[in-house]
Design a protein around this ligand. Structure first.
Ligand code: IVH
Length: 678
């Protein structure tokens, strides 16, 4: 019988080791080595054996990560070595002063520092006794925290027992619990699906998850841990805790299988600190987790000791903060903007607020579903987020500060500029103005598109001038451009005689064009440059294109039912036909039967780059986005790999987004893509 038990013990030990090794590969190294199904099979096998031999279950078994009974309250844990805070620096002068103090304190000219991301999560302490995870606690007031051992045990990247040969008798690992951005998005999607409240940001989600009295709830929340140092430490008989440098301690933690940020580095001197700050700052939006700064630590532990502490913060370390990416402000108004294709985008006008390094006065609310979901109202106090060069957006409403008698915002049923009906097609997230080129807003955008470099290429007709021309009712349609004379232009502000004659010459020159450019210039929805080229090639004449029906159009390469429908609708509109007729009368000509001659080789930020699209973009259809990218010589593929240059992410993105985060591929939203396209 004893032999049998011994065999089972061995079997259990092997299963537990295998499972923890896979956990490590998956959660710490981010490098899963076996399919999920195989992991599940091993886990079930372990559960079955443990059920048969309950006396052999130990708390370090991976089956015991989730506790069975909720706590009544958290008990208190005293931190033998206080968990301190860090001094902050907000500009380079403060960093310089810090480095000077450090050099003076050590009587040296230059100092070696370890630099690390400053995680935007929650500080925790993990105590290991003889290699076993015994107690985990929050920072609390720095001296006493709360015992959250059961919750921390559910985090799979936290080892339950240390498997290295020389485990110390006591090791207190300190670090941060946080939620990865990708996990946060997935969690919020899950909350939405269940009709439950969403979390405002990954930090709140992590905090809320860690503060659960029932660890079974915590176990359903995707939390991560990153180690950044050691508190109490005793080698005992076998331990080999490094005593010289902080960077050695970190390497030691890596060897013990603790997750440590990849971005940690050792540098020497003030300039290297500032360069690292810039480098991490540039990577910030693409990091898998939120950071609010970088931390500089004197690397030598004896130098750290020599420098000591002031009140609650060490003299040997400093947090250099980045501009906050979130700020609170008031919604003064909600406007609705009209794009070229008539897309109506609600935009919050804000009391100016400094966020993400700039003063923000507008933030997009994307579309009516989004406004409804967030219930943003005029007068509300909201949290605004701006990261990198991305358009600022409203994250959530601070309901506690909502004034009395606010009204929920309704998207207009009419275009706010021209009054035409706003229609929302099935399957689309945006409503569009149905006014077409009657709508001054769409008209302006249509003319800006018509004269753009890759369309009829009219030099000297910038956005501002187009606005003036439309606002003064001098130009209503692209055809009117060909009726412009010196007199009308000279009356406009800030237009010198020379510019007027240059402009008229450019307009005249544009009359000699190609069929493909002309089709593209019309701005038909879903018809980008390469579709225009294909249409020109296929039909060889505008007249033939104008009478083509939906079936016939689909014979053209790359034209599907949606594009075909857009083309038919465009030419069905009498106004559009009239504008085209007027342009012909004014002498615009193109060589029919061409199409091949359209230059496509202009170098842009897009050409040669590989893109992946995921999720619903706020205003562009995927088809549009793909078309525009291809027009500029980019490639759109279906799956993310190391070779992908950009992943464009919309609402409710799929696993491609996670993969992009994992591989560190640059992520863009629609605004970012638009910026590249321009
Ligand atoms: S070291 C004695 N390193 O920042 C130094 N802290 O203001 C103790 N934090 O709540 C902290 N990332 O949780 C250190 N790489 C990092 C950090 C970090 C984030 C947090 C920490 C603490 C706060 C200190």
């Amino acid at each position: 019988m004893n032999d049998k038990i011994e065999l089972v013990q061995l079997q259990l030990q092997k299963l537990r080791q295998q499972i923890e090794q896979y956990n490590y590969q998956y959660y710490v190294l981010d490098d899963p080595r076996i399919p999920d199904a195989e992991y599940d099979r091993l886990f079930r096998e372990l559960q079955q054996v443990e059920q048969e031999y309950p006396q052999l279950v130990t708390s370090a078994s991976p089956t015991q990560r989730v506790g069975s009974t909720p706590l009544k309250a958290f008990s208190q844990v005293k931190h033998e070595i206080p968990m301190l805070s860090l001094g902050n620096a907000f500009d380079e002068a403060e960093v310089e002063a810090f480095d000077r103090r450090v050099c003076e304190g050590l009587s040296v000219d230059t100092v070696e520092y370890a630099v690390e991301p400053k995680f935007d999560g929650l500080a925790v302490s993990l105590c290991y006794e003889n290699g076993f995870f015994k107690t985990g606690a929050t920072r609390g007031d720095g001296h006493t925290g709360e015992d959250i051992t059961l919750n921390l045990r559910t985090i799979k990247s936290i080892p339950l027992n240390l498997t290295a040969k020389n485990v110390p008798s006591l090791l207190e690992v300190r670090g941060e619990v946080l939620m990865l951005k990708a996990d946060f998005l997935k969690l919020n999607q899950r909350q939405r699906d269940k009709g439950e409240k969403e979390f405002a940001n990954p930090r709140n989600a992590a905090a809320g998850s860690l503060r659960q009295l029932d660890s079974a709830v915590t176990a359903t929340r995707p939390l991560s841990f990153f180690a950044y140092g050691v508190g109490r430490a005793e080698d005992g008989q076998n331990g080999q805790i490094p005593k010289d440098k902080h960077s050695d301690v970190m390497a030691y933690l890596v060897a013990l299988h603790f997750p440590v940020a990849k971005e940690c580095q050792v540098v020497t001197g003030l300039h290297a600190l500032l360069a690292h700050y810039q480098k991490i700052g540039a990577m910030r939006v693409d990091l898998p987790y939120d950071i609010d700064g970088v931390v500089y630590k004197v690397n030598s532990l004896s130098q750290q000791e020599k420098l000591g502490f002031v009140s609650r913060a060490p003299r040997f370390a400093l947090a250099h903060k980045y501009p906050a990416q979130e700020a609170m402000t008031k919604v003064l108004d909600i406007d609705v903007q009209v794009g070229r294709t008539g897309a109506l985008t609600p935009v919050a006008r804000l009391e100016p607020v400094f966020v993400g390094g700039v003063t923000v006065t507008n933030a997009t609310l994307h579309n009516s579903d989004e406004v409804k979901r967030k219930d943003v109202r005029i007068g509300d106090t909201v949290i605004v987020h701006r990261a990198g060069d991305v358009i600022p957006k409203v994250i959530s409403v601070v309901l506690a500060q909502r004034p009395a008698q606010t009204q929920s915002f309704e998207m207009p049923t009419q275009c706010p500029v021209c009054g035409a009906r706003a229609v929302r097609l099935e399957g689309e997230t945006v409503a569009r103005c149905s006014g077409g080129l009657f709508c001054p807003a769409q008209r302006k955008q249509a003319i800006i598109h018509f004269v753009s470099r890759r369309a009829l290429d009219i030099d000297g007709l910038g956005d501002k001038l187009v606005e003036q021309l439309v606002d003064n009712a001098i130009v209503r349609t692209p055809a009117d451009l060909y009726k412009l004379g010196i007199a009308a232009l000279m009356n406009l502000e800030r237009l010198a005689e020379k510019s007027v004659s240059n402009l008229l010459a450019a307009i005249e020159k544009s009359k000699q064009t190609t069929l493909a450019r002309f089709i593209y210039a019309l701005g038909i929805r879903n018809v980008g440059e390469s579709t225009a080229k294909a249409l020109a090639l296929h039909y060889g004449s505008l007249d033939r294109l104008m009478v083509a029906d939906i079936e016939n159009l689909q014979l053209v390469p790359d034209v599907g039912p949606i594009v075909a429908q857009s083309i038919v609708s465009f030419f069905d509109e009498p106004h559009n036909r009239e504008v085209i007729e007027q342009m012909r009368l004014s002498g615009i000509v193109w060589q029919e039967h061409e199409g091949k001659s359209m230059p496509m080789t202009v170098e842009t930020a897009i050409s040669g780059k590989t893109f992946v699209l995921t999720g619903t973009l706020p205003t562009m259809s995927r088809e549009d986005a793909k078309q525009e990218i291809e027009n500029q010589g980019g490639k759109v593929t279906g799956s993310v790999s190391k070779k992908t240059d950009y992943v464009v992410v919309g609402d409710e993105p799929g696993s491609k987004y996670d993969k992009a985060l994992n591989l560190g591929v640059t992520i863009l939203d629609e605004a970012g893509l638009q910026a590249l396209l321009q």
